[in-house]
Design a protein around this ligand. Sequence first.
Ligand code: NI
Ligand code: MN
Length: 226
Amino acid sequence: MKITYYGHSCFGVEINGSNLLFDPFISNNVLAKNIDVTKIKADYILISHGHEDHIADAEFIAKHTRAKVICNWEINVWLEKKGVTDIHPMNIGGKTKLNFGSIKCVDAKHSSSLPDGTYGGNPMGFVIESSEGNFYYAGDTALTYDMKLIGNYRSIDFAFLPIGDNFTMGVDNAIIACDFINCKQIIGMHYDTFGYITIDKNEAQLKFERAGKNLTLLKIGETISK
Ligand code: NI
Ligand code: MN
């Protein structure tokens, strides 16, 4: 698997030859000004919820790449009205098999409205299982006891967790989430983009280390192998 960070909560993950893109928010993110949206590869665009900082570039990238969008029913209806044609609607608890592996939608404790105020359905996270490994993309969420269900039924090799606090869980709760999902390898997201979610990155990594866990913080534009 290859993981590329595009800033905020947006990652590209290449699995078994397919490019998955999570929560595209690039052109409105000043920290990601060096990322060229027209160069991002995507076969699937997964959207956790309707907020601007997770969906801003979805319409453009979907039309530009002809990727299939995976999102909840309400976001599906909204994107269809904008002329996005290849959409696979899902909802929490549902799993689907695709050519690279499978996607299961899991609970996220947050809110979800679309940028124009349209109701955005329920926010969700994704569990991806594949022959190259399994991971959990939490989306925007508080720490929830339901995360134990994620770790109880499958092995999670690594997880993308929000750590910026204020709108989602912060570092201390993300460390507890590691125990719930039974996974020690975390890639941080949803931090530093806005004033409300600025964090001390060194302190965050030290806290994870002291708890016997690992927090990877990628540079925007950086690619790593997993
Ligand atoms: Ni949000
Ligand atoms: Mn957000």
